[in-house]
Ligand binder design. Sequence first.
Ligand code: NAD
Length: 184
Amino acid sequence: MKRDYENLIGKRNCGLLIGRMQPFHNGHFQVIKKAFEEVDELIIGIGSAQLSHTVKNPFTAGERILMIKKSLIEEGFDINKIYLIPLTDIMNHNLWVAHVETLTPPFNKVFSGNSLVQQLFSESGYKLNTHRLFNREILSGTRVRQMMITNENWEMLVPKATVDIIKKIKGVERIKHISLTESI
Ligand code: NAD
């Protein structure tokens, strides 16, 4: 059941957005920008934090945190209003919201375009903000990862600071190498 923290922290508007962000791209950025029109603070949960070094999840939670933090600073966001929190998956969907709650500060709005995430948080009593998808045909993690493997211009779909991190960690070489033995 949704927690009542008003006594503890006073009235404030805090949102939650969860995503695998593999990698962080301009669609994620647009959702964050929109969310800040409605909240004072935003928790960004890095989903499937335990996964990395696969074609679907090439980047570690730490690398994804860096991508997001540096991209938001580059775009002039106040990082003091943002919590970046790794969230590991658990085997039981019915307990997942409680698991997320133990790892995050309290929040009163959830932003998600993912129907399972929407379902689980609404069943737990949270107010949901569903958002429209921006340019989904190309602005998706799957598409960006495919473009990395096939040497297309993935950089245009990703904030510049994220491009810099991916280059520094040799992320394209990593995903290309993994894709030699694992299908996309
Ligand atoms: P994602 O990176 O695909 O998307 C994150 C958010 O960005 C979503 O709200 C999505 O709608 C939005 N987005 C993506 N592209 C967009 C675009 N072009 N325009 C606008 N918005 C866009 O991540 P996801 O798959 O939604 O992440 C959900 C996470 O929650 C996963 O890590 C999943 O494993 C986790 N989860 C875990 C459990 C469990 O452990 N039992 C249960 C449910 C969900």
